[in-house]
Design a binder for this molecule. Structure first.
Ligand code: GLU
Length: 446
């Protein structure tokens, strides 16, 4: 495989799509040697085929705000790859959403879903609609308008969306209601649903829980333990919340969370009711973390900064792509950080990852560390198919087993001669094998 040629062609074919190129490049660079050793993948042109999404849908979403003003937004669904199961992946409402971010997220999702070993293909959807400050009525009307178009392209055996940034259980409910109204079917077409009507226990916490289960694997691989570790999280949404809950339970100390406005440093630890308060903050839809320091005056709000300047043992980005750059990586390493667990999708820039790895710090890529969310969505789909609900313990055990298995696969394909575990390489190769073999077995269909 001629890596340089593929990357040049990729750049020519996708001008002005830096995120997609970043995500694809990372995979290509880490699987190139493996492909050379296994010529069947070249014979079946698997790389070219994986780099092209199966379908990209873009649509108009028109809606009316509380003041009667009419707005026009864009909606997207990128159906990237169906070889392993129905397209599966969240819906993001954020002003940064465009075809580039949707494509990179759908691409990442395909590898991530493959890693879970559950029968899910990869897709992603969203809109450039910004939920900040929007009333409940506006959110409902937006979700309804969005689903009126999206419902044409999805279904429980075709494409199963879920939440992501800006889309939580409430929005999933509004979208589900509209799907039902138009299609007259009560089916498992979305995951992240409420418990009362088909949701799964643990789903809200799952991304955060899964990421900490993965961290436990990273610690065990270095004969280290989680007890007493100082942790900085970014974000204050569902993902950071789940991680904070699990870290507290396991005896680590979360000292930081963040928002677009800055970060909170709480040396007393973000525990107990303070973790619950994160959800209240999110519920306000104001998208600021500063009120935490007003409510808990021992904590400090540092405006306009990221928590990566703090002295911590573990850094867990939980917010958005490229939120941790080379300067942040250097600051973390200089302060003695030993583990970086990327829990947002592509949360770290390529040069940040290279630097962290060059310093032999353990680095988990998002597609491995954050796979617990979609894995639990997969478990929700299974429960919906069986028309029953599992107990909390049962879902949690399955989630743990999936995360352990992903960690094992990373060790298998990512351990280098000097003993350093290259989790990026391990995750990419493991995700690739399952997907590529399925594509070969299914003939030249896509
Ligand atoms: N948005 C989540 C992710 O990035 C979850 C997707 C899902 O549950 O389908 O993996």
């Amino acid at each position: 495989m001629d890596l340089n040629k593929i990357i040049t062609e990729l750049e020519e074919k996708n001008p002005a799509q830096p995120l997609y190129i970043q995500a694809a490049k990372e995979v290509l660079e880490t699987i190139a040697d493996f492909i050379k050793e296994n010529p069947k993948y070249e014979k079946y042109a698997i790389v070219d085929r994986i780099l092209e999404p199966e379908r990209i849908i873009q649509f108009k979403v028109t809606w009316v705000d509380d003041n009667g003003k009419i707005h026009v937004n864009r909606g997207y669904r990128v159906q990237h790859n169906m070889a392993l199961g129905p397209y599966k992946g969240g819906i993001r409402f954020h002003k940064s959403v465009n075809v580039d971010s949707m494509k990179f997220l759908a691409f990442e999702q395909t590898f991530k879903n493959s890693l879970t070993t559950l029968p899910m293909g990869g897709g992603k959807g969203g809109s450039d609609f910004d939920p900040t400050g929007r009333s409940e009525g506006e959110m409902m009307r937006y979700c309804q308008s969005f689903m009126t178009e999206l419902q044409k392209y999805i279904g429980p055996e075709t494409d199963v969306p879920a939440g992501d940034i800006g889309v939580g259980a409430r929005e999933v409910g509004f979208m589900y209601g509209q799907y039902k109204r138009i299609r007259d079917e009560h089916v498992g077409v979305l995951t992240g649903k409420s418990l009362n009507w088909g949701g799964s226990l643990i789903r809200p916490e799952a991304t955060g829980f899964g990421s900490i289960y993965f961290l436990q694997g990273m610690l065990a691989a270095k004969n280290d333990t989680i007890t007493g570790k100082r942790v900085a999280l970014s974000g204050f949404g569902n993902v950071a919340w789940g991680a904070a809950l699990k870290l507290e339970e396991l005896g680590a100390k979360v000292v930081a969370i963040s928002g677009p406005d800055g970060y909170i440093l709480d040396e007393d630890g973000i525990t107990g009711e303070k973790v619950d308060y994160m959800r209240e903050l999110l519920g306000t839809r104001n998208n600021v973390v500063a009120p935490y320091a007003t409510k808990y005056p021992n904590a400090k709000f540092v405006e306009g900064k990221k928590p990566w300047e703090l002295k911590v043992d573990v850094a867990i980005p939980c917010a958005i792509q490229n939120e941790l750059n080379l300067d942040d990586a250097k600051a973390l390493v200089a302060n003695g950080c030993q583990y970086v667990v990327e829990t947002s999708n592509m949360g770290c820039t390529a040069d940040a990852i290279n630097y962290i790895q060059s310093q032999k710090i353990s680095f988990a890529p998002g597609k491995a560390a954050n796979a617990g969310g979609v894995a639990t969505s997969g478990l929700e789909m299974t429960q919906n198919s069986m028309k029953l609900s599992w107990e909390r313990e049962e879902v949690d055990e399955k989630l743990k087993a999936i995360m352990n298995n992903i960690h094992e696969n990373c060790l298998k394909y990512g351990t280098e001669e000097n003993g350093y575990i290259n989790y990026v390489k391990g995750a990419n190769i493991a995700g690739f094998i399952k997907l590529a073999d399925a594509m070969i077995e299914q003939g030249v269909a896509y």
